[in-house]
Design a binder for this molecule. Structure first.
Ligand code: GRF
Length: 239
């Protein structure tokens, strides 16, 4: 399925031209569970765009105590809690989450530290519209404790990836990555902090590329400026 941004007034195949075409901001819902530093980076980035390329219609958390909720409220972004402890099973929770998200009619759902395994129903419902950031250079180090995994395997390079979500855990098509070196003396905390600094640039940039219509997923294939991508973009390494 293709992400359909609010349509530009003029259709063109020319990438540079299509970037100049005026678009409505892409409606986005962000899902969080905790700290919310990526949400914060996204809101800051959006506030610096004039005109804004996205409209964050809601921030939804599965945990009432998620620190990111408070920041969103302070910035005037509507927030909702759909508390997973109030549901008997994953599927009933995910259906309620879908109902809540869809009220906002987003064209992109952004997972920003949303610490839940998602049901197949949920993933299918948002196929081509569901984005995640993962703290490793996928396909390396899926799952949890990615920084420790990098240290345990003596990786010399580490980083973060933004990918569309499919049923395979951390396995969907990767659209963009940021790399950092692993330095002598690093522990999981120093490495995590170096990666997080990059995440805060990477996620807003990934979402900007989608909002500008430069990256889209069509039938599980990623396109960049209408051309199929053979490998992920590298942050700061394309025009
Ligand atoms: C980030 O490291 C992100 O890559 C991972 O979860 C963490 C969320 O951090 N998916 P924050 O809540 O955005 O600060």
């Amino acid at each position: 399925m293709e992400i359909i941004n609010s349509q530009p007034s003029v259709f063109t195949d020319n990438a540079a031209e299509s970037r100049r075409v005026k678009r409505s901001p892409l409606p986005v819902v962000v899902l969080i569970s905790g700290r919310g530093s990526n949400l914060r980076a996204l809101i800051h980035s959006q506030q610096q765009q004039n005109p804004p390329n996205i409209e964050i219609r809601a921030v939804i958390s599965n945990r009432p105590d998620a620190a990111g909720l408070q920041f969103a409220r302070e910035q005037g972004v509507p927030t909702t809690v759909v508390d997973h402890t109030e549901f008997p099973d994953r599927i009933s929770y995910d259906h309620e989450l879908i109902r809540e998200i869809d009220q906002h009619q987003p064209q992109l759902i952004v997972l920003a530290g949303f610490m839940r395994i998602l049901s197949a129903d949920f993933v299918h419902h948002y196929h081509g519209r569901l984005l995640n950031i993962h703290p490793s250079l996928l396909p390396r180090f899926r799952g949890l404790d990615t920084h420790q995994q990098a240290l345990d395997t003596s990786a010399r390079e580490h980083g973060a990836s933004v990918h569309y979500v499919t049923e395979e855990l951390d396995g969907g098509p990767v659209l963009i990555q940021a790399r950092v070196p692993v330095l002598d003396g690093d522990d999981a905390d120093t490495l995590a902090s170096r990666v997080l600094t990059e995440e805060h640039k990477l996620y807003p940039e990934a979402i900007r590329l989608i909002a500008d219509g430069r990256v889209k997923m069509v039938d599980d294939t990623l396109l960049f400026d209408q051309t199929p991508m053979n490998e992920p973009l590298e942050l700061g390494n394309y025009s």
